[in-house]
Design a protein around this ligand. Structure first.
Ligand code: PLP
Length: 284
């Protein structure tokens, strides 16, 4: 596999980043995951815009312009022959001379790394047909979840807690309300209305979330952006998650309680179909 590091396409075994890189020492960096369907990038512009925002919030500059970023994505998809899968991008603040909590000066170049992952069958996954089970856990992350940082240890712990409980993922709860999944946004459907938490610093502003809510409104579905509890979710007709790597994925069980009929519901199925169809059309 070929990866990209700071201006160069190299075999993965030859890629090098300094041990003093602040991404490694402080999780001082941000990332994006863009999915690939039929060899095309899905919602590249959305991911590039969020990257710019994440970097801005951390006072880091874009290491390359957006059109160059697109070229790098496309080149990696081409070289690695990705039909279905994803492109992972990471920008870290780079390697300062010494370990220091304060940010280094402008002279330190950020580190830009991209790689691909091939995932044949991504769009037609068994999980999408069966739905997934989630558990609830306290949201013990930091307070700026709107910045897509590489600080992912608590979401990893959440995923392990879910696995240990025989589930697939965890929904995090803060002050009695669901924030989001470990790596996805969370939704319920009641009497035809789609409910998902409003944007704020408590959740990541999902690129898939924005697209799915747009498609739902265009299809005359009712959408409410507000907080909801686990109890409300357990009493809902349907539940689902969205992310760039799972698209729209039905949730059929929460903390051992079956949701609706305990099988993927019509709203989640329809939104998944619309999302995949529209994304394939708009892919670049
Ligand atoms: N929420 C969290 C915490 C995430 O990590 C992710 C994706 O990685 C999402 C939501 C979904 O965002 P997107 O649709 O942009 O992939």
């Amino acid at each position: 596999r070929t990866v990209y590091v700071n201006g160069q396409f190299v075999p993965e075994g030859e890629a090098k980043v300094s041990v003093f890189d602040r991404g490694f020492l402080f999780a001082d960096g941000v990332y994006e995951v863009t999915s690939v369907l039929g060899g095309k990038l899905i919602d590249f512009a959305g991911h590039a815009a969020r990257l710019r925002r994440s970097l801005g919030e951390l006072e880091m500059r874009m290491p390359v312009e957006e059109d160059e970023l697109l070229d790098i994505h496309r080149e990696l998809v081409r070289i690695n022959e990705i039909d279905e899968g994803m492109v992972y991008l990471q920008v870290t603040r780079g390697a300062a001379a010494d370990r220091d909590f304060a940010y280094p000066g402008e002279e330190v170049e950020p580190t830009l790394v991209l790689f691909t992952q091939s995932k044949p069958g991504l769009a037609d996954s068994p999980a999408a047909r069966a739905g997934i089970k989630v558990i609830s856990i306290p949201d013990a992350r930091w307070g700026r979840r709107d910045i897509k940082t590489v600080q992912l240890l608590y979401p990893s712990m959440g995923k392990m807690m879910a696995k240990a409980a025989g589930a697939d993922d965890a929904w995090m709860v803060e002050d009695g309300a669901v924030t989001e999944g470990t790596s996805n946004n969370a939704y319920i459907v009641k009497d035809g209305t789609i409910v998902t938490r409003q944007l704020g610093t408590e959740i990541l502003h999902g690129i898939t979330r924005a697209a799915v809510l747009r498609f739902a409104r265009e299809a005359q579905m009712k959408v409410e952006e507000r907080a909801f509890t686990i109890e409300e979710a357990q009493a809902a007709d349907e539940a689902f998650i969205t992310s760039a790597s799972t698209f729209v994925l039905p949730v059929v069980e929460i903390d051992g309680t079956a949701i609706g009929a305990g099988a993927p519901g019509p709203v989640a199925k329809r939104l998944r179909e619309i999302y995949l169809e529209e994304s394939r059309k708009a892919g670049i």
